[in-house]
Design a protein around this ligand. Structure first.
Ligand code: PAF
Length: 286
């Protein structure tokens, strides 16, 4: 089957309804477009587990905070189609803002889905106030529109993955969330649509983020489990042009901070290089 692009909710619903009647399973890969190999790996995974793969491409205005990069976020639907098709995607759902939020000018009128405050007042949610409300709201809408059996999310946005898994459990969505590994450039840099903003010079500084995480992992593997010591090692590996926002050690299942590395500890960071905000993380094992 070749790729089709659908822009209207009603049209997508009808197509999905037909597939469901035929007993076909559906996997959804929600994205904001500007697709790279990381997205492609999610799509390949989705294609391998379901009969029909839907990828949404929608730059979601309500998950951007004031002053963030909503306006300049790359919109590259033509090249996205090529990536999606090569990964076996059957349908790209690319709605307009008006299609998703017909009354966005009256933001206060919008019904929102919000994760618990104590899980958003940490890490990315701390500096991006309201971001995860915007994410959960759009993901809920996409789940209701597409009604997938599976939804694939990358582990790069580890706090997002954790909150989506929790939302699905708390709100009883009949959807299996499939976490997919973070994908890196050969240099170690985690793939991100925002890497496009980096100059060559900034890219060199950005490389120190993964370098710091790898140094932490090596030390942890060598038996140093105290997160304070690992934190200090991380700091010493960061380039002077990196402005660290956070470097945290949390439990994979609870997202509570840990002082000692235990089974499945996530070491996650966010940092700015110039005006580009980047995130990365690594899973530490005992
Ligand atoms: O991870 C992203 O790209 C976005 O947060 C998502 C899940 C597509 C919601 O807009």
């Amino acid at each position: 089957m070749s790729l089709v692009v659908i822009n209207e909710i009603e049209k997508l619903r009808n197509v999905i309804k037909d597939y469901k009647k035929q007993g076909k399973s559906i996997a959804l890969v929600p994205t904001m477009g500007c697709l790279h190999e990381g997205h492609k790996s999610l799509m390949i995974k989705a294609h391998s587990i379901a009969d029909i793969t839907v990828a949404s491409v929608f730059v979601n205005p309500i998950q951007f905070c004031p002053g963030e990069d909503y306006d300049r976020y790359p919109r590259t639907l033509d090249s996205d189609k090529i990536v999606a098709e090569s990964a076996g995607v059957d349908i790209i759902f690319a709605p307009s803002v008006n299609e998703m939020y017909p009354n966005l000018q009256k933001f206060s009128d919008l019904t929102m889905v919000a994760p618990p405050y104590e899980l958003t007042d940490i890490m990315c949610g701390k500096s991006r106030v309201g971001h995860f409300d915007g994410v959960e709201t759009v993901v809920t809408k996409l789940f209701n529109i597409v009604q997938p059996d599976y939804a694939c999310f990358g582990m790069k946005d580890i706090q997002q993955l954790f909150l989506i898994k929790k939302m699905v459990k708390d709100l009883n969505f009949p959807i299996e969330i499939i976490p997919c590994p973070l994908v890196r450039e050969e240099s170690g840099l985690a793939l991100s649509s925002r890497n496009k903003y980096l100059s060559e010079e900034q890219k060199k500084a950005a490389l120190s983020l993964s370098k710091a995480l790898f140094a932490i992992r090596d030390l942890s593997n060598a038996g140093i489990k105290e997160t304070k010591k690992l934190f200090d090692t991380g700091l010493t590996n960061l380039d002077k042009n990196v402005e660290l926002e956070y470097l945290e050690f949390v439990d994979f299942d609870t997202f509570k901070q840990v002082n000692e590395v235990s089974q499945k500890t996530i070491c996650a960071l966010a940092a700015r290089v110039g005006n580009v905000r980047l995130i990365d993380n690594i899973v530490l094992e005992v």
